[in-house]
Design a protein around this ligand. Structure first.
Ligand code: SAH
Length: 220
């Protein structure tokens, strides 16, 4: 009997997902909302079928075009950091990629706006998010270092690609009290930064040492 592609694979079962969630908990992720969304979101539909059996490992995986779907621990860490200031109305993501991070934020925010510079990745992400009926995610084909001014200000901004410096436009589009989480640094070494916009400027915190793909200019 054909199970129609993604369904019915033992390696993508609920038990496999539960195992990933207990691992994240062991690694220090304690936000129950975030853990629940990760448990309920099928990560295997965000990767190529050939990699589906590895999709609940706590690891980044290739998604084509030289890009990667982020490691679940990093997705959980970044999402948790954004939620610490309270409920999120509008969230901007730079680097839609597979759409997985956007799918994790969708149930935790009013609206998610996500920008991607590689067209085929954006098209695939759109299909997956539609399949999961996540209607509060809006996608745009653009260079995300310009942000998305029409929908600013954002309560939270997340980037899943690393610039050498935080783009000025993103700081401008952050709401007062809003939080920005992004990797910043060179290709081989980056710091995961958390910034909070205050009336006197920005509070900064380094969350982790990480390696993300670089944030590139323009579209392709
Ligand atoms: N959040 C994604 C991670 C994808 S990797 C996921 O969950 O799968 C980072 C993505 O950022 C890549 O798809 C890359 O093309 C994109 N990217 C890099 N620079 C960008 C820019 N300036 N604007 C928009 N997207 C960018």
């Amino acid at each position: 009997m054909s199970t129609g592609g993604h369904q019915g694979i033992g390696m993508t079962s609920q038990r496999t997902r539960d195992r990933l969630v207990s691992r994240l908990r062991d690694e220090g992720i304690s936000n129950q909302q975030v853990l629940d969304v990760i448990r309920n979101t099928p990560r295997h539909i965000f990767v190529d079928e050939a990699l589906a059996s590895r999709s609940y490992e706590d690891t980044a995986l290739p998604i084509g075009y030289g890009q990667t779907i982020s490691q679940p621990y990093v997705v959980a860490r970044m999402t948790t950091a954004l939620l610490e200031s309270g409920p999120l109305d509008r969230v901007l993501e730079i680097g839609t990629g597979s759409g997985y991070q956007a799918a994790i934020m969708a149930p935790l925010a009013g609206e998610v706006y996500s920008v991607e510079r590689i067209r085929p990745l954006l098209d695939q992400a759109r299909k997956r998010l539609t399949e999961l009926q996540l209607r509060n995610v809006r996608l745009k084909y653009s260079d995300g270092s310009w942000g998305w001014p029409e929908f600013a200000p954002f309560d939270a901004i997340i980037a899943t690609a690393a610039p050498e410096q935080i783009p000025e436009a993103l700081l401008e589009q952050l709401a007062m009290g809003g939080r920005l989480v992004m990797p910043v640094g060179s290709r081989s070494m980056q710091q995961l930064m958390l910034l909070t916009k205050t009336p006197d400027g920005y509070e900064q915190q380094v969350l982790d040492q990480v390696v993300f793909v670089p944030m590139l200019g323009g579209t392709e």
